[in-house]
Write a protein that binds this ligand. Structure first.
Ligand code: AMP
Ligand code: MG
Length: 318
């Protein structure tokens, strides 16, 4: 490879064959592109950690073709069944107690007795998982801690490891899944994501608790610094200062220099779709700082702001 303008795209059937042989492929989902391996094959899963330079204490989400496949590896209570029936396929990850049996190696769950599960809403990928007949572990296709990839080419280039990609177009949502823990008594929002908290609360008829930094539940992968471009970020900015690049949101005057707007009309879904690609684009010009306009905290704004805060966090913590 080494031509950053090209990428190796493969067919569905080639992807299934690679996964079955214990090799990695990059798969499209509605959230972000995933670096996928057969979740039942520890050697294959190890390649994910090595390729992403991902700390082993950070567990992976198992992507299933449907609820039946998920129910073989996680214990579904009433709330989990209702949420899965309502939101799957879709950007909701459920953290459940692990089912008995040893089909999923401990490496996937980082040794926890819980497992993170979802059914992605992308036909190519659900067909690949279905043909493989086993779940795939698939964290985002980028180096650990860096910006997520929301297009086939970006994912291929971001990993720089010549891992073939199934091209499913630009990601519909552009933000990672919302993660809910249901293994404890109260449902807990472990990570805000592409499915807004209030949609989940409406179905549960219950508020989602948010774990405090010292709370009893910690999501092992919730590092303070994540999704980080090389530039530093200045959040909730009113306007760019001299020398800063600018990432705007909503109607605003024309900006000089390197400037992009996540959604000139203030559409949150559009802003989520553009977030990682626009940050990456601005970062490519190597500014010292990217100033980012303030974004409302409502609906998926909670997840957009979560990503921006982690992208802005000091880098030596994680
Ligand atoms: P990623 O695939 O990197 O988008 O993130 C997956 C995230 O899911 C990890 O960072 C973990 O924090 C979270 N996760 C996965 N499995 C578990 C689990 N069993 N318990 C709590 N959190 C989990
Ligand atoms: Mg990631």
């Amino acid at each position: 490879m080494d031509n950053p303008f090209s990428y190796t795209a493969i067919s569905k059937s080639k992807a299934v064959a690679r996964l079955a042989r214990g090799e990695l492929v990059i798969l499209p989902t509605e959230t972000v592109y995933g670096l996928a391996a057969d979740a039942t094959n520890a050697d294959a899963v190890l390649k994910i950690f090595a390729t992403k330079k991902r700390p082993r204490f950070n567990p992976l989400i198992c992507h299933c073709a449907n609820l039946e496949m998920a129910a073989e590896i996680g214990v579904f209570g009433e709330a989990a069944r209702v949420l899965a029936a309502t939101f799957w396929p879709g950007p909701l990850t459920l953290v459940l107690e692990r089912a008995n049996g040893k089909t999923i190696p401990d490496l996937v769950t980082a040794g926890l007795n819980t497992i993170a599960l979802r059914v992605p809403a992308h036909d190519l990928t659900t067909q690949i998982i279905s043909d493989l007949g086993r779940p795939v572990a698939a964290p985002s296709a980028n180096f650990s801690g860096a910006l997520s990839a929301t297009s086939a080419k970006t994912a291929f280039v971001a990993l720089g490891a010549n891992i073939p990609v199934v091209d499913g177009g630009a990601c519909d949502r552009g933000l990672e899944s919302t993660i809910i823990a249901l293994s404890e008594t109260n449902p807990i929002l472990l990570r805000p994501g592409a499915l807004a908290r209030d949609e989940i609360e409406a179905v549960l008829g219950d508020k989602l608790a948010t774990p405090g930094p010292d709370g009893p539940i910690t999501a092992p992968g919730m590092l303070a610094s994540h999704y980080a471009p090389r530039a530093s970020l200045r959040l909730n900015a009113g306007a760019p200062e001299p020398g800063e690049s600018w990432l705007g949101f909503g109607p605003e005057p024309g900006r000089p220099g390197a400037a992009l707007n996540l959604s000139p009309t203030g559409d949150m879904a559009e802003a989520a779709r553009n977030l990682f690609e626009y940050l990456r684009h601005l970062d490519e010009k190597s500014p010292a700082t990217i100033a980012v306009a303030s974004i409302p905290e409502t609906a998926i704004g909670e997840a957009i702001n979560d990503r921006l805060r982690r992208a802005a966090a000091p880098r030596n913590l994680g």
